[in-house]
Structures are given as C-alpha cells and as structure tokens.
Write a protein that binds this ligand. Structure first.
Ligand code: AMP
Length: 287
C-alpha cells in the first residue's frame, strides 16, 4: 500500500496507472475509519483496478469549531484497516497541501439543494464539502467515486457539483448504510457516546423504520402528525433535540407531507444525543 502526504508523487503514480489502462476508484474519508468506510473500500476494490482512499479532516466543512476540535483521529488504526482490506493508495495530506496559501475561495452554484436540511442547520457546510471534493477530484481524477448513502444529501450535492463546468466528472456510486446489529448507523461520531447514550441512540433507526412503515401505508394522507409523533418518541427515548425528521423527494430533497404511488422519497433525520449530532435516513418507494 502506498501512502502519500503530498500531491505531486501521488499524481505521478496515478498517471502511470492510467497509462496502463487501469480504472481508478476513489473513497474520500475523514478517517476514524469503521466498517461503514470499509464497505466503501470493499465496493471500490470489487469494481475498479486501483483503490485510492483519502484521509483528511476538512476544516472548512465544520461550521462548529468544537465539533472540528473533537473530531476523532486514529491514523494508525486507519492505515492498518486499509492495509488489511488491500487498499492500494492512501492520501493523507496536510491542510496546507490541500489549501495552499492564497488559494481563492470559490462559491459553488449548488442552489436550493444546499440550503435544505443539513444546509439550514450547518451554514457553510456543503460549500466546504464541495471545496474539498472539487480539490480531491482534480488531484486524483478517478473514473469512479464511492460515497455512502449515510450522507444522502451530500450525495445529491456532489452529483450537482460534478455538473458544474470546472469540476472533474466521475461516476458516483452510492453505497448502502452499514449499521450495527441494533440498527444504529456506524459513524465516527458514535465513539463520542458513552455506553448508556449509545444504547439509547439505537432508538433512532427503530423509530425511522416504524415511521417509514406508517408512511408506506398512508398514501395520499397528510403526514405532519406522523412526523410530530416520531419526534416526540425520539425525545422520550433519550434524544435531547431533533433538528429535523422529515420526508423529502429523493432527487431534489424538497419536503413532502404526502406520498403518492411510485414516488421515490427519503426519510431524513438529524438529532442530538449526549451532545453528539447523529444523522440517518431511509429510502422509500411506495408501491
Ligand atoms: P466521513 O469520514 O464521515 O466523511 O465519511 C466518508 C464516507 O463514508 C462518506 O461517503 C460517508 O457517507 C461514508 N459513510 C460513513 N458512515 C457510513 C456508514 N455507516 N455506512 C456506509 N457509508 C458510510
């Protein structure tokens, strides 16, 4: 496994691989790797010739300074997990390597998609995500890009980002959410929960699942009460605050308070427990 901290030698190696006709797949991460990240690596390895994983805690996507400072970092463990999986190349740059002094702050024209849900609660977050993905794509130039459904809105934003004129285009592959047996979606932030809170956090997926079943059998009906009830249940089950629990169109993410047959939607939630903000979602198609 090759480990690069700087751009030039990485680009050189990737250029050689491209000249050999090899397909390059890319998995961007912020490290503190878990089975969720590893499932992306596995999918990338199974469908490309060269798997590149980046580990970079991107400061410009954190709207909360404390969240950035507390973000877990486990580089040694990350490298051994990646080695075990047979990842070919790891890119672990410094902040200065990704954002050299004097680099211009671009504004990405994502539009409404970046104002909804996470965009409303984390101002500037998606511009920061676009900035790092734009930069990483321009360095790695992968044919395929692997990202998790766990961050569903991020997937839609990156799809839009790759339609913008100066951004490198890659085929975006959405990988399913990896969960614990209890249903809790794996997340690097789970490590900040104590045992009691981690147990309580299992309620999130359970309540989303129950709510999704109610929605499936409520075609054409107003769903506001269903969402209110689900929020109430989260608060009763140890959550401190719910930023949103809502149904949205699976493509444009506009809010829905009714579902119709064959409509593709996504049930989205962001909520706080034990001082940690968790997000999760379930994709729904009404048959
Ligand atoms: P992060 O390190 O949080 O930026 O995540 C890196 C990538 O891993 C993103 O594309 C995430 O959507 C994905 N990811 C995070 N958690 C999971 C999970 N539980 N299952 C599948 N993919 C995940």
């Amino acid at each position: 496994m090759f480990i690069f901290r700087t751009i030039d030698p990485l680009k050189l190696l990737l250029q050689q691989k491209r000249e050999q006709g090899l397909i390059i797949g890319f998995v961007p991460t912020m490290g503190a790797l878990h089975e969720g990240h590893i499932s992306l690596i596995k999918q990338c390895k199974a469908t490309t010739d060269i798997t590149v994983c980046s580990i970079f805690v991107n400061p410009v996507q954190f709207n909360d300074k404390r969240d950035f400072e507390q973000y877990p970092q486990t580089p040694e463990n990350d490298l051994s997990l990646l080695e075990e999986e047979g990842c070919d190349i790891v890119f672990m740059p410094t902040v200065e390597e990704i954002y050299p002094k004097g680099n211009i702050q671009k504004e990405y024209a994502i539009g409404r998609l970046s104002e909804l849900w996470e965009g409303a609660y984390r101002p500037g977050h998606f511009q920061g995500v676009c900035k790092v993905i734009d930069r990483l794509l321009s360095i790695i130039e992968p044919q395929k890009l692997y990202m998790g459904q766990k961050d569903y809105q991020q997937i839609q934003i990156i799809k839009k980002l790759m339609t913008l004129p100066s951004v490198f285009r890659s085929e975006l592959v959405m990988c399913p959410i990896k969960r614990m047996e209890t249903g809790l979606a794996l997340s690097s932030r789970n490590s900040r929960l104590n045992n009691e809170k981690r147990n309580e956090a299992n309620a999130l997926y359970k309540i989303l699942k129950e709510t999704s079943e109610i929605i499936k059998s409520s075609q054409g009906k107003q769903l506001d009460d269903v969402f209110n009830m689900a929020e109430k249940k989260l608060l009763q089950n140890g959550f401190d605050k719910v930023d949103y629990l809502a149904l949205a169109d699976a493509d444009n993410l506009e809010s829905l308070n009714k579902v119709t047959i064959s409509q593709k939607s996504v049930l989205l939630c962001a909520a706080y427990i034990g001082g940690v903000r968790l997000i999760d979602n379930i994709l729904l198609t009404i048959n």
